[in-house]
Design a binder for this molecule. Structure first.
Ligand SMILES: *Cc1c(COP(=O)(O)O)cnc(C)c1O
Length: 365
């Protein structure tokens, strides 16, 4: 007897980055923020009255949505608060994609998209980007239109390369593509201010756009599970009132997310700290011979020095792991020769660099 739908039976589950129990491990593998969240979050948690847990939380997280609407200069009806950005992705598949509809998977990208497309029983058509720039091909939208793609996700800044696509590129794609686009901005908080990156105004001109944001990365709250979506009021309202689980965000999560968002001073300073650490880590890794595209996120995609012919990225990943440092290595075409390294705090980055130096040096002897 097997009660499991065939598409689920035949799929692989999402592969998580490792979350080791050992607290001394240096974790540079899942793009968590290098610094703790705002002290305002700790204060809000201390003030939280557990007697209130007797009641159900605010059903649609209205105060949080109002705050987010203010932050992005949108209407509250254009904002949905979700259990991590991941829940927003799941809701879009549930709400917009019927079985057999085609999903356009841009690779390399966030592999959860594929997992969710398989759960939804979509047809998946892959579109490969080319290393090392991972540019979006100019004809991508027309190819997707020809293939009948109903839904695609563009992660910007791009993961796992960290590069930022220009506003023109995104706009041109939205103009041309006839399906729905989820613009995944999980890392947008780390974009350097000189780019003046601000996508929500695009919603006024493009009705096929939904924007994903997350508090996991920029607000150092991956453990809290809060993200949100921005889009057209009618689509967002459908997610909020029909396909979302009632009470998808618990009372503590709503309260702490508001506290974090209210402390924009802390958030902005933390993003600047990460940017500076990112640039200095990139310089030092380049001095070791790694090839690294410019990143606008809190991680770097580091390709192995060309002269190390007998050392693979997988071997370096394992050697780092044996020395208590976790980075991410993907067994996937095109990025098998690279490591994705989260920008850590000053001490973690220094340990990483010293350890890498030892590993590379041992190898050349
Ligand atoms: C982290 C991440 C998300 C969202 O993560 P949540 O923790 O669920 O908010 C979405 N897309 C990408 C590419 C990510 O890296």
């Amino acid at each position: 007897m097997n009660f499991i739908r065939p598409n689920i039976r035949h799929m692989h589950g999402y592969s998580f980055g490792e979350q080791p129990a050992d607290p001394t491990v240096i974790k540079l593998n899942t793009n968590e923020h290098a610094l703790p969240p705002s002290p305002a979050v700790a204060a809000a948690l201390a003030r939280f009255d557990t007697a209130d847990l007797r009641r159900y939380p605010e059903p649609t997280a209205l105060p949080l949505r109002r705050r987010l609407a203010d932050l992005h200069d949108l209407d509250t009806r254009q904002v949905i608060a979700t259990r991590g950005g991941d829940e927003l992705l799941r809701l879009l598949f549930t709400t917009c994609i019927a079985p057999d509809n085609a999903f356009g998977m841009i690779t390399p990208g966030y592999s959860l998209y594929t997992t969710l497309a398989r759960i939804a029983d979509s047809r998946i058509i892959e579109y490969s980007l080319t290393a090392p720039t991972y540019d979006l091909p100019a004809d991508l939208a027309s190819r997707m239109n020809d293939d009948g793609i109903r839904f695609t996700c563009i992660v910007n800044p791009h993961a796992p390369s960290g590069r930022l696509y220009a506003r023109d590129t995104i706009q041109r794609f939205l103009d041309e593509f006839r399906g729905l686009v989820l613009l995944d901005e999980a890392y947008a908080d780390f974009v350097s201010p000189q780019h003046a990156w601000n996508s929500p105004p695009l919603l006024a001109e493009h009705d096929n756009l939904v924007i994903l944001r997350s508090l996991s990365k920029g607000y150092a709250l991956a453990g809290l599970r809060v993200g949100y979506g921005l889009g057209q009021a009618d689509l967002i309202d459908t997610l909020v009132s029909k396909t979302r689980d009632s009470y998808n965000l618990d009372a503590i999560a709503q309260c702490l997310a508001l506290a974090a968002l209210d402390d924009q001073t802390h958030a902005r300073a933390s993003w600047e700290t990460v940017r500076q650490a990112r640039e200095s880590l990139r310089d030092r890794l380049q001095q070791l011979g790694f090839q690294i595209p410019a990143s606008e996120t809190n991680f770097l995609l580091a390709r192995l020095p060309a002269h190390l012919t007998n050392l693979t990225a997988q071997a370096v990943y394992q050697a780092l792991k044996a020395r208590g440092i976790l980075v991410r290595w993907f067994d996937q075409p095109d990025i098998r020769d690279a490591l994705r390294i989260t920008v850590g705090n000053a001490e973690e980055n220094a340990r990483l660099l010293a350890t890498l130096q030892t590993i590379l040096h041992d190898d050349t002897e």
